[in-house]
Design a protein around this ligand. Structure first.
Ligand SMILES: CC(C)(COP(=O)(O)OP(=O)(O)OC[C@H]1O[C@@H](n2cnc3c(N)ncnc32)[C@H](O)[C@@H]1OP(=O)(O)O)[C@@H](O)C(=O)NCCC(=O)NCCS
Length: 121
C-alpha cells in the first residue's frame, strides 16, 4: 500500500454519550473500553453498549477484558439500564468466545451479519 492511498475519515464520537476508560496495571495502560449510553437512541442495541474494547496483546487472557466489561456493566446498571449490548463480527479470530464466556448471549444479527450480544444486568 502506498502512502497516497491513506485517507483521514471522520471518527466522530459524541462526548455526551461516550464513556471511554483505560484499565491500569499500576501505572501501565493495559486496556481500553469505550461505552455508549444514550437512552434516546433509536436502535435498542445502541442505548447502553460496548462500542470498543481492547486489551494489550501481551496482557490478554489475564482477566483484564472481563474486568473492563464488568466495570462498564456496573456503570450501565448505576445509570438505570437493565441490559448491556455489544456487536461483533463472528469468526474464529473474533471476540465471540470472550463475550459468551463473560455472560453475553446472542440476541440477533445486524443487517451486515454481525452478532448482537446482550448481558442482562
Ligand atoms: C477480546 C479481548 C478484549 C478479551 O480480553 P482478555 O483480557 O484477553 O479476556 P479475559 O482474560 O478477561 O477473558 C475472560 C474470559 O473469556 C475467555 N476468553 C477470552 N478470549 C477468548 C478466546 N479468544 N477464546 C476462548 N475464550 C476466551 C477467557 O478464557 C476467560 O475465561 P475464564 O473467565 O473462564 O477464565 C481481547 O482479546 C482483545 O483486545 N482482542 C482484540 C480486540 C477485539 O477483538 N475487541 C473486541 C471488538 S468488539
Amino acid at each position: 500500500m502506498t502512502p497516497t492511498s491513506y485517507a483521514i475519515a471522520d471518527a466522530y464520537i459524541n462526548p455526551l454519550t461516550s464513556w471511554p476508560r483505560v484499565v491500569l496495571d499500576g501505572d501501565r495502560v493495559v486496556g481500553f473500553i469505550r461505552g455508549n449510553f444514550d437512552p434516546e437512541a433509536q436502535q435498542e442495541e445502541f442505548r447502553s453498549c460496548i462500542w470498543r474494547i481492547n486489551v494489550a496483546a501481551d496482557a490478554q487472557g489475564a482477566g483484564i477484558g472481563k474486568f473492563a466489561a464488568l466495570a462498564l456493566a456496573d456503570e450501565a446498571r448505576s445509570r438505570g439500564f437493565t441490559r448491556l449490548t455489544v456487536i461483533w463480527e463472528p469468526g474464529e479470530e473474533g471476540p465471540e468466545e470472550f463475550f459468551l464466556r463473560i455472560g453475553f448471549t446472542i440476541i440477533g444479527q445486524t443487517q451486515y451479519g454481525e452478532n448482537i450480544g446482550a448481558l442482562e444486568l
